[in-house]
Design a protein around this ligand. Structure first.
Ligand code: PEP
Ligand code: MG
Length: 842
């Protein structure tokens, strides 16, 4: 094993002393570990970040002293070693120390061709990265003696001096240029965009070159022992004969398969011992570095050297599997495995995929930028996406390319498609962040921004409102809707989340309105339903009429008739939901229909309703006008409906209780939680409670069966939060509906905020969209006040949050700190919430 030397400060070279990631960077630390694992790492000197900083400031290092650590004829490379590999760094320079004398020596050991190629490579690297000459002048396709002479001449002509021969000077110049490049503005901005602090340090490693060129088997490769997409065990990588490490990305004929392959020669065939050694080293890395590593290696005339190793770059799915398997093999603890998986990364594993068995009407292909598939109607602007979302219609946002102004539209869309862009373009990055299926660079679709159409190569035209499917996993755009497969929740996924459940200390429920939602919630192992929006059970076309009939009823008799139609539908839904949830708590919110969501808006809609209700159009119009509200969000909604027309809640309570009895008859058991929405005064709760108790008594008597239930209140108005102490006298639980609470705290309409939210966030009025990220300062304070006052009245009061914020890791942290019992979020966010809650508890 070669020793790793160390330059801690300027003049001093110590041997094998402490190297830490903060002082010398990740690469130096990693090389030291590889050396300790007895891997054949070439001799390396680590230059500390402090020394690099001094070099950038103009001091010069004793490079002759550094080179003395290596053999007299050694060539060296210099590679960056920042604290975090993601932060990049200046380009590696290889073959430092090359001059006429060493070239002559290499001719003897490695042959003329290899010696010429190595010298040429150094001149190129030095000219471009150190002397900063124009790369075009040094791009030579075929290495040859002539090409080398040309490059040396070009250097002399440009610099007015011959190419430097002195190895110490070469090294000093390389170190200086790398140190300065790191200190420069563009490098700083680049690494800051990857999360590095402004003053992130850079270490450098100087390593003896092992030539991957010459007689016998020579070349450079990378090898890893898992599939970076699935995380399953599999040897993948690449080996390129007659090459050095920076060639690995080039496409070239000398590439060998790593493992035995019928298509051509492999490293395993040609060098079985080296292959076996690499496999052993991979296993040693995994066990000792506690990570799946990608090993970069060079073979020089049949002998192996390990140049480097990095954490295998991986998909979220693979990252999760790797963490779980490392824990299952006892290499890391379960807690570590939990902490290694970023909760937000789970969302991309959760999305539906296009069923490969179904037909696919592919109209275009682009770059698969964010996985999962989604079907929706085409919209061409963020405003249209937001409008579509508020109508409850899934939409695909189609743009030429996206810009930060489109983020709000992306939040509203189920998928994104752009004509331009690549894997790291705005749409791709944001799409992945949101777990939103996304295709970018679909350049075979032509986008007409004026006419608002997209046209495929074959001439098929799509306009706003047409239904398409984006398959962000394959990059295919499909016409129409397609069969979807539910998300793949494999064993590793389930295992990790079950470990998370063992450590977390706040409950996670799902917002689920229908039996279908309840199934998803169950599948994601929600601990119950925290919000069942009962009016959403009637959004379905066939049922909407029954709901509208009830809303439109003019007389008590008409209303009673409409309610009688709704009752069995409600009861059947509740029976199904209770059965799916198998005894887990289900919190049912009594009707809260903002009337504008249920009334037809257009004359056409009125006519259809008149037909469905078998009433004259004029009567429907008159009734719609009578019910119209200037601000339906602040009108006859929620409990107000329950107070003014109490028979509606009576019907719902009856349906709930009858469903409880039916489920019990079938052998199940459930204690439903009935929640009153939009409360602002204690008296509202008293009135509703009295009626519901009466209904319960009637059902008990009629069915000769007893049952239990809980009654609670949804805190959605600032007054309810302030009066929580009062309200809690009649409530077994309080659930904070932070959508309305945010709307009312800000006096900001949920439906209209999108119009100016962008400007507000851009100008720093709001740090974030408060409908997306909980406003802890304002709305959060109301939560704390409500929680405290509520618990003063009733010590065992159950507290929760059920607005859209419930699935946000930051909001979960807030609620946990405030002593809430659970958060409730949309079913697809449940796994993320389970993992985020576990992170908080560790
Ligand atoms: C809320 O207001 O936070 C809530 C969950 O209810 P809705 O979104 O149905 O108004
Ligand atoms: Mg609400």
């Amino acid at each position: 094993m070669q020793k790793l030397d160390l330059i801690t400060d300027f003049a001093e070279i110590t041997h094998g002393a402490a190297i830490t990631t903060p002082t010398h960077g990740w690469r130096a630390k990693c090389l030291q570990r590889l050396g300790r694992l007895d891997m054949p790492v070439p001799r390396t000197v680590a230059v500390s970040a402090a020394a690099v900083q001094a070099i950038a400031a103009g001091r010069s290092l004793d490079c002759a002293g550094v080179l003395a650590c290596f053999g007299p004829d050694a060539l060296v490379s210099v590679r960056p070693s920042p604290e975090n590999p993601e932060w990049g760094g200046p380009s590696t320079v290889l073959n430092i120390g090359m001059n006429a004398a060493r070239h002559a020596g290499l001719v003897l050991t490695h042959g003329q061709a290899a010696a010429d190629a190595l010298y040429l490579r150094f001149v190129q690297g030095y000219a471009v990265h150190v002397a900063r000459l124009d790369p075009d002048m040094f791009e030579i396709a075929e290495p040859s003696a002539q090409a080398l002479r040309d490059a040396l001449r070009a250097y002399r002509d440009e610099m007015d001096e011959p190419f430097p021969e002195d190895p110490a000077r070469q090294l000093a110049e390389v170190l200086r240029s790398m140190a300065r490049a790191w200190a420069g503005t563009s490098a700083r901005l680049l690494r800051q965009s990857k999360g590095a602090p402004e003053d992130a340090p850079l270490g450098l490693v100087v390593q003896e070159m092992v030539q991957g060129m010459g007689q016998g088997l020579s070349g450079t490769g990378v090898i890893q022992f898992i599939d970076p997409v699935t995380g399953l065990e599999q040897i993948t990588g690449r080996f390129v004969g007659q090459s050095q490490s920076t060639d690995l990305n080039d496409v070239c004929e000398e590439a060998l398969y790593l493992t035995r392959d019928p298509r051509g020669p492999s490293l395993e065939d040609l060098a079985p011992e080296i292959f076996a050694t690499l496999a052993r080293q991979g296993a040693a890395c995994r066990a000792k570095l506690r990570e799946e590593m990608q090993i970069k290696f060079t073979i020089d005339r049949n002998s192996l050297a390990v140049i480097d190793a990095v954490r295998v770059p991986r998909s979220s799915r693979a990252g999760l599997r790797i963490a779980v398997e490392l824990a299952q093999d006892g290499i890391i603890t379960r807690e570590e495995a939990i902490l290694r998986v970023e909760p937000r990364a789970l969302s991309e594993l959760l999305h539906p995929q296009v069923d490969p068995r179904g037909p696919r009407d592919v109209v275009a292909r682009g770059i698969a930028a964010s996985p999962g598939a989604a079907t929706g109607r085409i919209v061409f602007s963020s405003a249209a996406a937001q409008a579509s979302e508020s109508r409850g219609e899934a939409c695909i946002l189609v743009r030429r390319e996206t810009a930060p102004e489109d983020i709000r539209g992306m939040h509203s869309a189920v998928g994104v498609l752009t004509e331009r862009g690549g894997m790291t373009s705005h749409a791709a990055v944001i799409g992945r962040g949101l777990g939103l299926p996304c295709i970018v660079g679909a350049s075979d679709l032509s986008f007409d921004a004026k006419a608002l159409t997209i046209t495929s190569k074959s001439g098929r035209k799509f306009v706003e409102g047409d239904v398409i499917t984006v398959d962000g996993t394959t990059g295919e755009v499909l016409a129409g809707a397609t069969e979807m497969l539910p998300p793949a929740l494999d064993d590793a996924f389930r295992t990790l989340l079950s470990w998370a459940d063992d450590v977390r200390d706040i409950g996670i429920r799902a917002n689920a309105d229908t039996p279908a939602d309840a199934l998803v919630a169950r599948n994601f192992m929600a601990q119950g339903i925290g919000l069942c929006r009962t009016e959403h059970m009637f959004f379905e076309e066939a049922r909407l009429v029954a709901m509208r009939e009830m809303i439109f009823a003019d007389t008590p008799a008409d209303r009673a008739a409409a309610l009688a139609r709704l009752l069995p539908m409600q009861r059947d839904d509740f029976v199904q939901v209770f059965e799916i949830m198998q005894g887990l708590p289900v919190c049912i919110r009594l009707f809260d229909p903002p009337l504008h969501e249920f009334l037809p808006h257009s004359r056409e809609g009125m006519r259809e309703l008149a037909e469905a209700l078998d009433r004259p159009l004029s009567e429907v119009i008159r009734r719609a006008e009578a019910l119209a509200e200037f601000n339906p969000m602040l009108g006859m909604r929620g409990v107000r409906l329950g107070i003014v027309l109490p028979e509606i809640y009576d019907m719902q309570a009856q349906a709930i209780f009858e469903a409880v009895i039916e489920v019990a008859r079938r052998g199940g058991s459930i204690v439903p939680e009935i929640m009153i929405p939009l409360v602002s005064a204690r008296r509202e709760v008293e009135l509703v409670k009295t009626r519901i108790d009466a209904v319960a008594a009637r059902v008990r008597t009629a069915k000769l069966t007893d049952f239990a239930f809980k009654l609670g209140v949804m805190v959605e108005t600032p007054r309810a939060a302030l009066r929580a102490g009062d309200i809690a006298q009649h409530a077994a639980f309080l659930s904070f509906g932070t959508n309305d609470l945010t709307q009312m705290t800000y006096g900001l309409s949920r439906d209209d905020a999108g119009r100016f939210m962008n400007t507000y966030v851009q100008q720093g009025v709001f740090p974030e969209d408060p409908f997306h990220i909980l406003d802890v300062d304002g709305v959060g304070e109301l939560l704390l006040i409500g929680a405290e006052r509520g618990r003063q009245t009733r010590e065992k009061l159950t507290l929760s949050i059920c607005g859209e914020h419930g699935g946000n890791p930051e909001s979960i942290a807030f609620c946990r700190k405030a002593g809430f019992d659970y958060v409730s979020c949309s079913p697809y966010r449940v796994p993320l919430a389970r993992l985020a809650a576990a992170h908080l508890a560790l």
